[in-house]
Design a binder for this molecule. Sequence first.
Ligand SMILES: Nc1ncnc2c1ncn2[C@@H]1O[C@H](COP(=O)(O)OP(=O)(O)OP(=O)(O)O)[C@@H](O)[C@H]1O
Ligand SMILES: [Mg+2]
Length: 197
Amino acid sequence: MSGDKHVLRAELRNEFRHRRRGLSESAQQTASQAVLNNLIETNLLDVRRIVAYLPNDGEVSLQPVIEYAWQQGIDVYLPVLHPFSPGNLLFCRFTPSSHMQPNRFGIPEPVIEVQDICPLASLDCIFTPLVAFDAHGNRMGMGGGFYDRTLAPIRRDGLNCQLIGVAHSCQQADLLPVQSWDIPLDKIVTEQQIYSL
Ligand SMILES: Nc1ncnc2c1ncn2[C@@H]1O[C@H](COP(=O)(O)OP(=O)(O)OP(=O)(O)O)[C@@H](O)[C@H]1O
Ligand SMILES: [Mg+2]
């Protein structure tokens, strides 16, 4: 990878993480409710199985989306660090009675039960957190490559699973520097609007 691009990505990551961490508690709550409303209005939650995430580092909380999904009978899954495939994620069923434990980043995840794991091909929609996005659907994450690695088969095998980035509008960049392994998004939802690519 070119050194310049690597440095630029690291600088952008710092700036955009700082922005989202600077949002007030009330701005965070307003955003998470607005994201739910935007998804309902555009019928993006008329599906059977979704992957959500639990918020970290100023990310938009999907708690309202998760509760709405549970009310509607939509199955909710959360990313779990793969126990023996480093750098990859598993998607495990999340219910109000799931046993949770913190992973090595301190983020709670369901304790893995084999029958609760959902293969990528059976998921309708994956909501990904992100550090920054642009209007072309490019996504920058926290820098671990977890989503890029795990989601690569969606593009490679033409799976029918929508990738929807979830962000505060202040996380929009003009044009992100991307790498060959970055998996682009199909849609981005913010508290203000939905971008469809
Ligand atoms: N499909 C892949 N196979 C192997 N390595 C990968 C793959 N995708 C990403 N990586 C590696 O992961 C590292 C981090 O990637 P990147 O900077 O794009 O992370 P990110 O998109 O911010 O993180 P995430 O995907 O977890 O949100 C890179 O060094 C890259 O080489
Ligand atoms: Mg990436």
